[in-house]
Design a protein around this ligand. Structure first.
Ligand SMILES: CC(C)(COP(=O)(O)OP(=O)(O)OC[C@H]1O[C@@H](n2cnc3c(N)ncnc32)[C@H](O)[C@@H]1OP(=O)(O)O)[C@@H](O)C(=O)NCCC(=O)NCCS
Length: 171
């Protein structure tokens, strides 16, 4: 339960996490566009909003149905309504790392009206369960430096930043 600015309480009685389905893709694309607008605003030297919007989101997400042992999509529903999603992919990092088979998390998103109710945490917990089911001992995610919300969430779940991407554009 949470209180909105208008004083009314927003009640969600049930949050469920299910596997994503092809019918979710159009909504996922809308959510991603919302997230990309913010990312492109914060990192204009690296990200271009129009370029991101023109990318093949449908094709990228179809991988979750074409190769369901490697690419995963979970959707959160709040009282039966689409509330957010997480994508996870099994990847290999160089073999000198301990546990080089990783579950790589991408595109964690919760619709604004459902935020701060623990939904992203539940999606991340589901991804952790998946990693355990697959015998994977490491999870990683690309997180932008400006994105304090997700950083706080990941920190609270025991993640840390062992290294970072350093970026410079040249002519
Ligand atoms: C980041 C995001 C996924 C969080 O989703 P959420 O469902 O609101 O997160 P939760 O309710 O599970 O939050 C759990 C914890 O994360 C941290 N957190 C989440 N949002 C926060 C915010 N706006 N400010 C500070 N901390 C925040 C808090 O520690 C919170 O615990 P608390 O509510 O008990 O204080 C959501 O804000 C979002 O979709 N943002 C846009 C897309 C995006 O940037 N995704 C990440 C890409 S890597």
């Amino acid at each position: 339960m949470s209180e909105k600015a208008d004083g009314k309480e927003d009640l969600i009685s049930l949050v469920t996490i299910r596997k994503g389905q092809p019918k979710d893709i159009p909504l996922i694309k809308q959510c991603l566009i919302d997230s990309w607008v913010e990312h492109a605003k914060q990192e204009p030297g690296l990200l271009d909003e129009e370029r991101m919007k023109a990318s093949d989101v449908e094709g990228y997400y179809r991988e979750c149905f074409d190769e369901p042992d490697k690419h995963f999509l979970f959707v959160a529903e709040a009282d039966g309504k689409f509330a957010g999603f997480i994508r996870a992919d099994i990847k290999e990092i160089p073999p000198f790392f301990k546990h080089p088979k990783i579950l790589y998390l991408d595109d964690t998103y919760v619709l604004p009206e459902f935020r701060r109710k623990g939904i992203a945490r539940s999606l991340l917990q589901r991804a952790e369960e998946l990693a355990k089911e697959k015998g994977i001992k490491r999870l990683q995610a690309r997180v932008y430096s400006f994105n304090v919300e997700i950083q706080k969430l990941l920190e609270s779940m025991g993640y840390h930043t062992p290294h970072a991407t350093w970026d410079k554009a040249i002519e």
